[in-house]
Design a protein around this ligand. Structure first.
Ligand SMILES: Cc1ncc(C[n+]2csc(CCOP(=O)(O)OP(=O)(O)O)c2C)c(N)n1
Ligand code: SF4
Ligand SMILES: [Mg+2]
Length: 343
């Protein structure tokens, strides 16, 4: 036994050496893998930064508007007007856009605007359309252009009425997920977990975002779609398509608000792309409440963490909250796939 002890020690030392070597190798392999992931991420971000748009150069929205830097709602308007053209009339209820346009007699838009009461976007647009037809104008596209507060909450009665009558209007909701114009108050479009001035960190919003698209689908309107300012071509195509349809059309546009989301203005487009890639805000169309078409199906569903991290309004969330949000996103995505007949 006496002789065996040093031998065992040697073996033990050898084993430790091998173990150390293996650990170092594993660590090196991990570092290489991490580096590769970083490089891939950088490459795809660079590709996105250098992407060229194929939208027509004509602009119906000029410079000198009054929005904050990086406002997603301004891009929404710019792209939609490119698709609809000069023969467009807007009904805008109280919202950021009723200020962005500029003070009378100035306007950053080259189409007529009717500023209407907060709850009346859809009924004002329907009235305007009927009036135009009475005087023989059947060409003008009449658009109700409202925020999420004016659509999901206060204007929903007028919108539901117009949709049920199938009034010939295009209703566009630019969704910045709160009442921004009056100081970032919670709306029913505010997502679970978000800070707003009426849902402070200690009492953050604990209800999920209202599914306005399902509500609109229940009205069996001829055409509806979701869109994001991060996918301008898709948005443009949908606005063009909606212009040609008769009856009530509804487009729900995801439009980040750096001011209300405590995000960097330069991240607006990035957020509007991430939200589609992680399936929080999928892009799809619905015809007559039944035929669902998903326009972008990400190859791999990105986790939501990076998206949440870029917005101060979510900084208080714990791992557990994020897990709950991810579960909800997964459930919603599965349901959409089923509706589109994919699963
Ligand atoms: C009947 C009525 N209630 C409240 C207001 C005050 N108000 C004006 S704009 C606004 C917020 C609109 O929020 P949203 O529709 O989401 O558009 P956003 O400001 O976010 O662009 C509110 C509450 C009003 N003008 N009229
Ligand atoms: S508060 Fe938000 S939505 Fe309103 S103008 Fe500023 S960035 Fe745009
Ligand atoms: Mg809003």
């Amino acid at each position: 036994m006496k002789n065996e002890a040093p031998e065992q020690g040697k073996v033990g030392q050898e084993e430790k050496k091998i173990e150390k070597g293996e650990k170092r190798e594993a660590m090196e392999a991990e570092e290489v893998a991490e580096k590769k992931v970083e490089e891939k991420k950088e490459k795809s971000e660079k590709k996105e930064r250098t992407m060229k748009l194929s939208l027509p150069p004509e602009e119906l929205m000029g410079s000198g508007h009054l929005a904050c830097q990086g406002c997603g709602a301004t891009l929404a308007m710019r792209y939609v007007l490119k698709a609809l053209g000069q023969k467009t009339a807007l009904c805008i209820p109280a919202c950021c856009w009723s200020v962005i346009d500029g003070p009378f007699p100035y306007s950053s838009l080259e189409v007529p605007i009717f500023h209407c009461a907060f709850e009346t976007a859809a009924s004002s647009a329907a009235g305007l359309k009927a009036g135009l037809e009475m005087v023989g104008d059947t060409e003008t596209t009449v658009v109700a252009w409202a925020g999420d507060g004016g659509t999901f909450d206060i204007g929903i009665q007028a919108l539901s009425g117009a949709a049920e009558r199938n009034d010939d209007i295009l209703y566009i909701c630019y969704d910045n997920e709160a009442y921004m114009n009056t100081g970032i108050q919670r709306s029913s479009a505010t997502p679970y977990g978000a800070w707003t001035t009426t849902t402070p960190v200690k009492h953050f919003k604990n209800r999920p975002k209202k599914d306005i698209d399902a509500i609109m689908a229940a009205h069996r309107i001829p055409y509806q779609a979701t869109a994001s300012i991060g996918y301008p071509e898709d948005l443009y195509k949908k606005a063009k398509k909606a212009k040609e349809v008769k009856g009530t059309r509804f487009i729900h546009i995801y439009a980040p608000c750096p001011t209300g989301w405590k995000a960097r203005p330069e991240d607006t487009v990035k957020l509007a792309r991430m939200v589609v890639q992680n399936c929080i805000f999928p892009l799809y169309e619905v015809e007559f409440g039944e035929k669902y078409t998903i326009n972008i199906r990400p190859k791999e569903k990105k986790p939501i963490d990076d998206y949440l991290r870029l917005q101060g309004r979510f900084h208080h969330l714990t791992e557990e909250h994020i897990r709950l949000i991810q579960e909800e996103v997964d459930r919603n995505w599965e349901r959409l796939l089923r509706r589109a007949g994919i699963q």
